[in-house]
Structures are given as C-alpha cells and as structure tokens.
Design a protein around this ligand. Structure first.
Ligand code: AHR
Length: 668
C-alpha cells in the first residue's frame, strides 16, 4: 500500500536497510511554538442529541420511576460519563426532528403533553416527555452549554421568539410566567441557537437565497434578554455545496455568529464491524475529505469575513454505517470500532488545526445513534472507542493550537493517496504540550519525529488506543475490549521527541518542559509610563500599513483609549510600547473594535479584527515570561459606530480591562 519514490542506484541499499529496520519510516513534524496563538475552543468537542431512535429515550432519559439510577429521570451513568470527557456544548432537539418540533408540546405536566409522530425517524409516537426543562436539566447536570435548533421549516416566527423568551427572559411576561408555573424561576440563558437545520433538505428543501431571507426574518425576532447575546447559527452547506456558503455569507455574514457544516463519512453499504483493510482505507480517505471541506468553506468565508468573526460550526459529523442487523432502520443504531476511533481522532485533529475558523462542532450522535460515544441496553452502558478518543483529546480544550508542518508517508488507496499519520498539537495553560496522532496505516508502525522551537523537553507520558483487530469494539458483555492504555514507546531529547506510533492506533503524548520565552531588552533610563500613539487621517476600509502613512500628530497615553481631540470618523490610530508582565504564563487578549483593529505582542500578530464592522470582540492567546514585552495596536474608524477596547486574562485571573500602569514606552 505504501508508495515511495525510489532512486534506482539506491534500491539495493534500501532493500538492505528496510529489512534491517523492520518497516519503520520516519515522519517529521515541526511544531512552531512561536506561531501558537489561536485558542482551540472547547466547543469543538461538542455533541448532538436528537429525538431519534434511542438517543433521548433509553439513552439520556429513563423517567423518574425507572429502576435505572437517575436524577429527575436522567440516567446517572450517562451523565457521569459525559462529565468525565467535559462535554462543552450539547445540540438538541434535532436534526431533521427540529424542523417539525413544537416546543410547547414539551412543557408542563408530562401526563398532559400532546404527542406527535416522529416522521423522520421510524414513524414512532413521540410523547414529549423529554422537553425543554428536561433537556436543560440534562445540560446543567453535565455542565454543558445548551445549543437549541430552532424550527424554521414548519413553525412560526412567533413560536420561535417565544421559545427564546421562555428560556432566556427574566422580565415579567406571558412566557416567563408560564416557565415559572412549570417550575423554573430563573432563566437558563441559552446561548446558541440554530436557525433551522438542513434547510436545503429535510428542513424545508429551500434554495440558499430563499433560506437567507427566511433566516434573516426569523433571526430578527429572536431577542437578546439580560446579558445573554444569542449566538445565531445559520444552516450551512451540505458537504461540498460551496455555492450555499457563498450565498449565505453574502446575505447573512454580518448578522450570524456561526455557519453550520454537515458532513458524514458514509459507509452505508457495510455494518460498523465489517472492517477489511480495503474498507479501512476507503473510510480513512472519505473522512479526510473534511480537511478539504473546512479549507474551502473557510476560504469562501474569508472573502466576506476576513477578520474571522463568523464561526464555522461543524455541528453534524461522524461515521454513518448500515444499522446493526435486526434493529429498526429508522433508529440508526450502529456499533463502533477502532476504525470509528481513528475517524474521530482525524476529524478532531482537523478541527484543532483549523481552530481559527472552526469554533464549534458536534459529533452525531451522543448515545445509541450513528457514531455514538455511549451505547445503552436497559440498565447496561458501554463506552465506545470513539468515547475514549474524546477522553484522550479533552486536553486540547481551550489550549492554544501549535501550528505543525508535517512531512509524512503517503498510502495508496483505491480512491487516491492518504497520509500515514495525522496529528494536531496544543499548548495548555500550564505550559504542557499535547500531541495527538493517528496512524492510518493498517499494516505498519510509523516513526514520528516532532521537533519544537522554543521548548526544551523535560519529561513525557503517553496514552494509546489500539487493538490487534481493525474491527475491535466493546460490547455489553465485553465492555473493555478497546480502552485507553499507557504508552511509552518514545524517546525524548532536548527539543525533540521520537515516537513509534503503532499501526492503526490513536496516541496522545503530553510533554512537560521549559518554554524558551524571552522578554524585551529595555533601556530603563528612557522608560516612561503609558504607550506612544500616532494619529492618522483617512477614509479607510481596512487596516493600512501605517508605517507608510505620515501621522497627523503623536503623543503618549496611559491606556488603549482615544486620545483627546479624536474626531468621530475617518481616522486611524496606532499604539506602541511595552506591556509589563508580572507572572509567567498563558495570557489571553480580547480586542473589541468598531471598525478594524489588530494587536501584536513581541511582533507576533495575536488578534486580527480587521474590516468595517460594529463592535466585535476577537481574542488570541500567548505565553509570556515575566518582564517587558513589545506591544503594538492599530485601529481605524470609518463612519457610524465607533470604539476600541482591550481586555486581558492573566493566568489564574478573570477577563478584565487592562489596567493603567501596565504600559510603558520609550520616548523618541
Ligand atoms: O443525524 C441524523 C440526521 O442527519 C439529522 O437529523 C440530519 O440533520 C442529518 O441529515
């Protein structure tokens, strides 16, 4: 399977070498810590729970009178398992189900709730015993943020706006009175709202232009209550429908928080456990398509949103196999093997590596449906290989992504070449590096050499998920066939780690060490408090190269605020100097502006918030040593609203306005 270019005179030598070296080839990765500043949003590790098959009923919900241990009807074993992997966000109630769902049928005394037919999934009767209160209770028990999919397909604007009011308002209103009557005093503050689901298909068979108009109209009547700003997520493309992304970004790019992308790794001709080498490689190839989709959809989004304000939300992804023999075809129940684990690892690596744009994702689906993390049968519960991957990868949540350049072997498959190794890496708030790697090679181990700039390795530890069999899986009788094991087949040196990644495995390695952080050399005799600033005039649409423009005036200022005499419109500002850091660690910077702005620290671009826009907050992170660091902020204002604000989160601290007294400059 493996393809290599072989220079003829080297052939003999190579044959000799390859027999001696027992098939090992080297894959080289350079981890560029100097360019690490995009945070991997924890929400990439999100999940999806639909009223489909046994996801809700039997999966999460057993009812208060069940003999299965539960808290207010929600099964405790599932909640505990979900808590362990730190589920950050949970999407509900669908899927296709969402565009037929009438949320008011799912509130009030359960015995009086109307029923409906679940036309999408098996035609069964939905008794609505699990509704808004139960789902939000589930989220609170797990500690996840709720993500509601609104019904744009078959219900009214009024109904959706009332749902927002019911869950988020603290005012005196008909909806809040109803909520209180149903037992909930305080609002839940649901932050994420889908404007429909798959409106190009089961959500209404719409064209993108029609959908945009509809989503804009529904979105207009979904109000923010209290401090909760609604993060509205528009229906995005079906896989490679690039035209859909183009139209939606053109029409809605300024008014949405996110754009959804749905892509499944289809394998409906086979059951999950029917894994041959051929189908293994086809699956790997098909799942790697996600890389191309994310890249190309992001490129279209960049056209309309260069500042990357709109999140790409991959809120349905995963393996779609044929259902398990003897189960209801409408229930989408499938087993989950080592192959699914690799699929999970590869997709999570892709999302990590694209975390500048992918800020949320949800695997489909959490329990008993498609690529589940958990399977249940009556009182029994089993964790799948996919669950274990989420467990191994949870260290990436909210860590800073380390860009990697990887040279790897390629493997020939029926559908083209695929890389042998697939990896991602991050730096967590304690300064530890985490590397997760998948070896897609079903036949050979792969040697991976990771080199770091700006990091000296002290120690390493690892975990592995693998098995002798490609179709290894856990069952209710044998729940521990595939599980996480300690892994130590690696060798560290000063700025390197050499890892032997076993064939068909997922590994996670944690490195402790010293970040070779530098601070600026400062001439203290010339140091003055505050930043120096330059003021420019001009009708700007984007941040220019301010060094090419003559400033109208200059001065110093104690914080990132407008200098006195700043006009309302048509100007630019730059701020320059040092920020004094008292404690080494991970710093997060939040730059909010109307219009465009940019923040660099130590000459590294940390936040780019460019373009004409209303007040938009963008953030970036950086490890800083104690001492003084160069800081540079540029900003422009064209017309309309105006503002600039810098906040910071120091290690162990809260996000707060940067204080006067932290900035210094050298008088020129
Ligand atoms: O996850 C199963 C279904 O797949 C969802 O309901 C739908 O959105 C998608 O087509």
């Amino acid at each position: 399977m493996k393809q290599k270019f072989i220079h003829p005179p080297l052939l003999l030598l190579l044959i000799l070498f390859s027999t001696l070296s027992a098939q090992q080839t080297v894959n080289n990765a350079i981890l560029d810590l100097d360019k690490a500043h995009y945070k991997i949003s924890r929400n990439i590790y999100g999940h999806f729970s639909e009223h489909l098959g046994r996801c809700i009923y039997g999966g999460f919900w057993v009812g208060e009178n069940s003999s299965i241990p539960n808290v207010r009807g929600i099964r405790s074993d599932v909640v505990e398992a979900m808590k362990r992997i730190k589920v950050p966000v949970l999407r509900w109630p669908g899927g296709c189900f969402a565009d037929e769902y009438h949320w008011m049928d799912g509130i009030g005394p359960r015995s009086q709730r109307p029923t409906m037919i679940n036309t999408n999934w098996g035609g069964i009767t939905e008794d609505n015993s699990f509704g808004t209160h139960e789902f939000l209770d589930l989220c609170e028990q797990i500690g996840s943020a709720p993500y509601f999919s609104g019904n744009l397909g078959s219900r009214t604007i009024r109904e959706l706006s009332q749902w927002v009011e019911y869950v988020n308002s603290d005012n005196v209103s008909p909806m809040t009175e109803l909520r209180k009557k149903n037992g909930r005093e305080k609002p839940w503050n649901v932050p994420y709202w889908g404007l429909g689901n798959e409106s190009w298909g089961c959500g209404g068979d719409m064209k993108p232009q029609y959908y945009s108009d509809l989503a804009r109209r529904y979105g207009r009547f979904m109000k923010d209550f209290g401090n909760t700003t609604l993060n509205k997520i528009a229906v995005g493309p079906n896989g490679n429908d690039y035209n859909w992304t183009d139209v939606i970004m053109h029409e809605l790019g300024n008014s949405i928080w996110g754009l959804a992308l749905h892509y499944y790794t289809w394998n409906t001709g086979e059951h999950a456990t029917d894994v041959t080498e051929k189908s293994w490689y086809n699956t790997m190839h098909n799942t790697l398509v996600m890389e191309e989709l994310v890249t190309r959809h992001s490129a279209i989004m960049n056209k309309y949103d260069p500042g990357k304000s709109v999140a790409l939300v991959v809120d349905e992804w995963g393996m779609w196999h044929a259902v398990e023999p003897g189960t209801n075809p409408g229930f989408l129940y499938q087993q989950n093997t080592l192959r699914d684990a690799l699929v999970a690892g590869i997709n999570l690596n892709i999302f990590n590596n694209h975390c500048d744009r992918v800020k949320m994702a949800a695997i489909a689906q959490t329990v008993n449906v498609l690529q589940s993390l958990i399977l249940t049968k009556d009182e029994k519960m089993v964790l799948t290989p996919t669950y274990h991957v989420f467990d191994m990868y949870k260290v990436h949540q909210d860590a800073v992504m380390i860009p990697i350049s990887l040279e790897t072997d390629s493997i020939d498959t029926d559908q083209g070449k695929i890389p042998a190794l697939h990896i991602s890496s991050s730096l967590d708030k304690d300064g530890k590096i985490h590397i997760t790697a998948c070896n897609l090679n079903a036949e050979e181990n792969e040697k991976l050499v990771c080199s770091f700039n700006s990091f000296t390795v002290r120690s390493a530890s690892g975990q592995i998920l693998t098995s002798d069999k490609l179709n290894a899986h856990n069952t209710f009788d044998e729940p521990d066939n595939v599980g996480i094991k300690p892994f130590d087949d690696f060798k560290t040196s000063e700025n390197k780690i050499e890892i032997n990644v076993p064939k068909h495995s997922v590994i996670a390695v944690e490195l402790t060490g010293d970040l070779n952080l530098k601070s600026a050399e400062v001439d203290f005799s010339k140091l003055k408090p505050g930043l120096s600033f330059n003021f420019y005039e001009g009708e700007l649409n984007r941040l220019p190269d301010f060094y090419e423009i003559e400033p109208k005036r200059s001065g110093s200022i104690n914080n990132v605020i407008y200098p006195e005499g700043t006009p309302a419109n048509n100007f630019g500002l730059t701020y320059e100097g040092y920020i004094k850091i008292d404690k080494e660690g991970l710093y997060e910077f939040y730059l909010t502006s109307d219009d465009g702005s940019k923040l660099s620290v130590d000459n590294k671009e940390i936040v780019l918030n460019d373009g004409l826009h209303a007040m938009v907050e963008k953030s970036g992170s950086l490890f800083l040593s104690e001492g003084y660091h160069n800081i540079n902020i540029s900003f422009f204002q064209r017309g309309g609203g105006s503002g600039l604000n810098l906040k910071m989160k120091a290690p162990g601290g809260e996000k707060e306005e940067v204080k006067d007294g932290i900035f210094f400059h050298v008088e020129k």
